[in-house]
Write a protein that binds this ligand. Sequence first.
Ligand code: 13P
Length: 271
Amino acid sequence: MLEEGPVDFGEGVEHNMTDGRRPLIAGNWKMNGGLDAVDDLAGALAGHMASLAAAPVFDMAVCPPFPLLPMIGAAIEESGVLLGAQDCHAAAKGAHTGDTSAGLLAELGCRLVIVGHSERRTDHDETDDLVRVKAEAAQAAGMAAIVCVGETEAERDAGRALEVVIGQVANSIPAASTAETLVVAYEPVWAIGTGKTATPDDAQEVHGAIRTALAERFGGNAAAAMRILYGGSMKPGNAAELLAKPDIDGGLIGGASLQADDFWAIAQAAG
Ligand code: 13P
C-alpha cells in the first residue's frame, strides 16, 4: 500500500499519494538560458499552469543555472511550478570557490536539487560517494535530491546496464531517504542529447529493477511512494508511451525543457 495522507513536497504544495505516485516533470536547463528565459520560458510555463481549469495532477519543476534562480523563482512564484537547482556542494559552507551550498539554494526557494548527473560525474569526476554526500546536504537543507543514475553505451552493449545502475543506486542514495526527500532519475548516458531514447520496455526494465532495489533497502511502502524519472531525449512525441509504463513516474528533460510549449506538452502527457 502507498503512503496515506498528504505528503508535503515543498511549501504550500501538498500531494495526496494514496492513489499513486504523482508524476514529476522536471526541466534541467543545464548551461542554457539567459535573462530572456525569465519571461520566455519561466513566465510562459507559469502562464500555462494558470490556464488549467483544475489543479494539475502532476508536479512541474524547472532547474535553471544558479545565477537565474532568484529571477526564475520570482517568475514562477505561486504558479505551482517548483524551483530546482542543478547541483550543490556537499559542505554546508566554507572555502569552496565557485560552489553553492544547499542552504543558500533552499533560501532562494529551491525545493529540489539534481545531484550526480552524468555530465557532472564525467566533467567533474564526481563519484557515487560524493553524489551521496551532496544528496544528504540537499536533504539536510530541507529539499529533495534528484539522484541521477545511468549506464553508458559501452556498459549497455556489454550487458551490464542493470548492474551499473543498481550499483549507483546502492552507493549514491542516502540511507535516510524518504519519498519526500528522494527522487531517482534514470538517465541512460547514451540517450542524453542524442535523440536516441530507451524503448519504453527497456526503460521500464531498469525502472522496475531500481524500485526493487529501493524496496530491499527502504521497505516496500517507501519504495512504492518514491518517484523514478526517466531522462534522455524525452520529447512531446515519445513522452506518453514512456510515462505509461508502471514504474516511470515522470521525466527529467534537457533539450525539450528549453521550449515552453514542448515542455508543457510533455507535462500534458503526464496528466
Ligand atoms: P536531453 O533531454 O537533452 O536528452 O537531456 C536529458 C538530461 O540529461 C536531463 O537531465
